[in-house]
Design a protein around this ligand. Structure first.
Ligand code: ZN
Ligand code: ZN
Length: 138
């Protein structure tokens, strides 16, 4: 059984995130992880971006959040990085205030890879073998 919280950090460990798992659990007890192939995600992360979706700001706490550097990547979207080590932390939707966290900050054994989005933007040089739901855009 998954704990009530999972803890994550950036590479230098100064930004710490504690995520409440309650509303994120699938029936299997795992947390769903999705993947975005869009041009921004691939450029910003040297490849498609895995993410844990739909996290409200009431579902997590962040330590040393003053170290987070924000960069606006679309009309309603902004990315957060650790300003010390450069680790990509999250996407944040400015209109809904929902976060999508980088799952690689956390303990990976709890995750299930379920969906790929922006598949029409995916370049031909890579493919994932996992059986996932594939969406053209968002
Ligand atoms: Zn850091
Ligand atoms: Zn994307």
């Amino acid at each position: 059984m998954l704990a009530a919280y999972i803890d994550g950090t950036c590479l230098c460990s100064q930004v710490k995130i504690r995520l409440r798992t309650e509303k994120l659990l699938l029936e299997s007890g795992q947390i769903e992880v999705k993947l975005c192939h869009c041009d921004v995600c691939r450029k910003i992360n040297a490849g498609p971006s895995f993410y844990i979706t739909e996290i409200a700001d009431s579902q997590f706490t962040m330590t040393n959040s003053e170290l987070v550097h924000y960069f606006k990547t679309s009309e309603n979207g902004q990315r957060g990085f650790c300003s010390h080590c450069g680790t990509y932390l999250f996407f944040r939707d400015l209109s809904t205030r929902v976060y999508e966290f980088n799952p690689e900050l956390f303990q990976r054994e709890y995750f299930k890879f379920t969906e790929e989005i922006w598949c029409l933007s995916k370049p031909d040089y890579y493919n994932f073998a996992d059986e996932t739901l594939k969406t053209d855009y968002e």
